[in-house]
Design a binder for this molecule. Structure first.
Ligand code: GDP
Length: 144
């Protein structure tokens, strides 16, 4: 079944002018874009998005990084979108990511890792709603 996931091209991706290359990689892997925008997260929005990590030692650094420049949230559609996209981006730490994955190709370190991908269908829907209203998105199969 086709479903949706949320990608975010993070501030290191926009700063390094890699938006086009990363989107090309994603589209080349068969994902369809249902919605896309560029935003600058403020503290409140970044903290809300990463609330599950608020007790982690790296939380403050993560918020500083995610608010340091523009982000590009993208809603993607594919068969098994969540799992397939996690496979495409690779492990959180680029040093441990498989060859050919987006993080292996472009990321610097475990924090500045170029791209976010939702980790479950339930979180994907919550994360999509963080950035997009329904009228800003194509329906699944909207490309036909
Ligand atoms: P993801 O699902 O692969 O993005 O990884 P997590 O949900 O575990 O972490 C969210 C984000 O926090 C990661 O993508 C990194 O940007 C950052 N992060 C994760 N682990 C670490 C860490 O150990 N140190 C630092 N500085 N940042 C981290």
């Amino acid at each position: 079944m086709k479903n949706r996931t949320l990608a975010i091209l993070k501030p290191d991706c926009t700063r390094k002018q890699l938006v086009g290359k990363v989107i090309s990689h994603i589209q080349g892997a068969g994902f369809k874009i249902l919605g896309l925008k560029m935003v600058r997260l403020n503290n409140e929005s970044a903290k809300g998005f990463y609330e599950v990590h608020k007790e982690r030692p790296f939380f403050n650094d993560l918020i500083k990084y995610m608010t340091s420049g523009p982000c590009v949230p993208i809603v993607l559609e594919k068969e098994n979108a969540v799992e397939e996209f996690r496979r495409l981006i690779g492990a959180t730490d680029p040093a441990k990511a498989d060859e050919g994955t987006i993080r292996k190709l472009y990321a610097e370190n475990i924090q500045e890792n170029i791209v976010h991908g939702s980790d479950s269908d339930e979180n994907a829907e919550k994360e999509i709603a963080h950035f997009f209203s329904r009228k800003e998105l194509l329906e699944i199969n909207g490309w036909k």
